[in-house]
Design a protein around this ligand. Structure first.
Ligand code: VGL
Ligand code: ZN
Length: 193
């Protein structure tokens, strides 16, 4: 594929936070492997002066997704903690728009669109195509991509810059197939002209 970036494109980096990387409380196997690849996309979008968004899981300490509050997960990405910080080697520009999600105790949100102003901000910037990568393929990347498609955005899945949790073996592969089946276009950095 030869893909030419245009002025209606935006990059959406999903949840590249310490807790989702090796050593973190909800580590995605090889999660930090997305960082150098995402840095290439970030640099490229920066050179083209295209908007860059970074979502973050930003939970209160009593969030419903935590096991002790009835959820599936160990505590992770608690607002203001070290584990909630973006990976230190992720080279986000000063102009990045940070989108915090799942910020209220009683609501889970895997999608960067859910309960945030991501969609109105994209529309306000006349964005028509979004490029989505990050963590985790089988949860927040999946739900963000599906919502982007539902919102009418042409949606590219960064195949070389997403990793999954795989609670059950094959979850990430299934998620990728679901996203592609729903209309997402899988690309790699080399596809961008
Ligand atoms: C995520 C599990 C729990 C994600 C967030 O970012 O994919 N996964 N919270
Ligand atoms: Zn979470």
């Amino acid at each position: 594929m030869r893909l030419v970036l245009s002025k209606s494109d935006a990059l959406v980096v999903v949840d590249v936070q310490k807790d989702f990387c090796p050593g973190g409380s909800l580590a995605v196997p090889g999660g930090d492997g997305v960082v150098p690849v995402l840095n290439r996309y970030i640099e490229r979008f920066g050179v083209e002066a295209l908007p860059i968004f970074a979502t973050r899981d930003w939970h209160p300490a009593n969030h419903v997704s935590f096991k002790s509050y009835g959820g599936l997960w160990p505590p992770h990405c608690v607002q203001g903690t070290d584990g909630a910080a973006f990976h230190p080697e992720l080279k986000l520009p000063g102009t990045v728009a940070v989108i915090s999600k799942a910020t209220t105790p009683e609501r889970e949100a895997y999608s960067g669109f859910q309960g945030t102003d991501l969609e109105p901000v994209l529309l306000g910037l006349h964005v028509r195509r979004v490029f989505v990568g990050g963590l985790a393929t089988d949860y927040c990347v999946k739900n963000t991509v599906l919502d982007a498609l539902t919102g009418g955005f042409t949606t590219f899945l960064l195949m070389d810059a997403a990793r999954g949790v795989d609670v059950h073996a094959g979850d990430s592969e299934k998620a990728v197939n679901l996203m592609l089946g729903a209309g997402a276009i899988g690309i790699r950095f080399e596809d961008i002209v």
